[in-house]
Design a protein around this ligand. Sequence first.
Ligand SMILES: Nc1ncnc2c1ncn2[C@@H]1O[C@H](COP(=O)(O)OP(=O)(O)OP(=O)(O)O)[C@@H](O)[C@H]1O
Length: 506
Amino acid sequence: MTPALALDAIDKSFDGFRALDQARFVANAGEIHALLGENGAGKSTLMNVACGLYTPDSGTMRLFGAPTRLSGPRDAAAHGIGMVHQHFKLVRPFSILENVLLSRPPAAGDGAPYSRQARSVAQAIAAKAELLGAKVDPRARVDSLSIAEQQRVEVIKALVAGARILILDEPTAVLTDQEAERLLQTLRRLARDGATIVLVTHKLADVKRFADTVTIMRGGKTVAELDPSQASIEELTRLTVGDALPALPNEQPHFGRRRLEALDLTVRRADGAPAVDRVSFFVRAGEIYGLAGVSGNGQSELAELLMGVRTPDSGLIQFEDSGEAFSAPRPAALRSDGAAFIPADRYRFALAGALSVTDNFAIAGLRRGRYGGWAWTNIGRMRAETKEAIRAFDVQGVRSLAQKAALLSGGNAQKLVIAREFSDAPGVVVAQSPSRGLDARATAAVHARLKAAADRGAAVLLVSDDLDEVLKLSNRVGVMASGRLAAEFEQPFDRQEVGRAMVTHG
Ligand SMILES: Nc1ncnc2c1ncn2[C@@H]1O[C@H](COP(=O)(O)OP(=O)(O)OP(=O)(O)O)[C@@H](O)[C@H]1O
């Protein structure tokens, strides 16, 4: 069979750094093809070549047997290649319809009046949404949508543009079990209808269940291509990140005083409906409190309130160390009270992409005067501590400390945020989907850090779309549904029962 997509001997370097080294990737029509590899292995770079974002330095690309050189993403779309990136390419203040209209390759009927084009595209959106088992209002603004809903818009956008080869970069990382299951089943259906689905992922269970073939990359090279049904999860892990993952500390938890408390918090969406509806809970010293829920039920807004990037309409947030309750906490004030924040959207809230790795790491310490004051800054110390943190947290792909943070791979950018946030033994940690986009080794390391922080006496709030992560780490679990704290659970958790609370109260 002629492969739908064949990339061969692809090289790509950035400023002398070889991100792809003779990489190879071959996917057939009608299959789900997973692409695995540790953080920084080159997966996104290779797929960026496939979707026309990067021009390879050398190597060949064939589409359905025909040698192809793509001039850019529009050209890729015209060739039937669609990509859903980790970081969505949506214009946030625009509606879904406007985003789809903007991204469409030129089509017959483009000379028609705008209203007629808009109507036909709105119909196409509805049809593709139905295919994905969802209802979508084409006039909804993207910035009113949850991350999962935005991802759906990206998939719809690619399908409306006529994608026959659909590349998804870690699509299930932001979804709950049920949503992920539905997406993967849908992708399987699309594959059965003849599409080629490329799934870049760190979720080995998804690879085992849904992929027909898996390609594994390491250090810019393709190191294996196999049938995942012929390999165990352990073998796939070993091929991807090697042996011996960091273990979770096994200390018995000791709970102390309440260090973080939410009191009757409410925040409204633009349309006036409450996104967070009178939510109260507390987290004690030494405790990991997990917040689970189907995405779009207020967890993101709640996490943003606690991180001070959103202001509540009513209610208070109490950080025990400060002794005062904030009605509108400012991130800087919370930080000076020893809070650490790991937001889900690291590029929006946690990193300044245009600044260097050192600046991004040292900014928290700079504010606290750790590196001196305005008159004199101990740059040597900043650099030395950044270097040490990069080593300790295994942030890979840093060629120089002056390198821009935006150039790190997704997983390594997250490791840099975590290194910074844990650099000062925080008393309160608010972490939202902290292992999103991390490979198995880095995920195990982050879990160990969160547990160690709690063992040290920190109050840890873990907001996560990944129910397994919540159940594995938490001492107590709250379930958010329709903006309310619908249920709370104590250990030992019953996964089914928690899962039921997530859907029945919604
Ligand atoms: N535009 C760029 N400029 C400089 N370096 C880059 C650029 N894009 C990627 N890199 C580097 O290339 C390497 C591979 O990155 P890539 O994003 O492809 O990895 P990945 O396998 O997708 O990782 P992750 O699982 O963390 O998303 C990394 O070291 C990254 O820093």
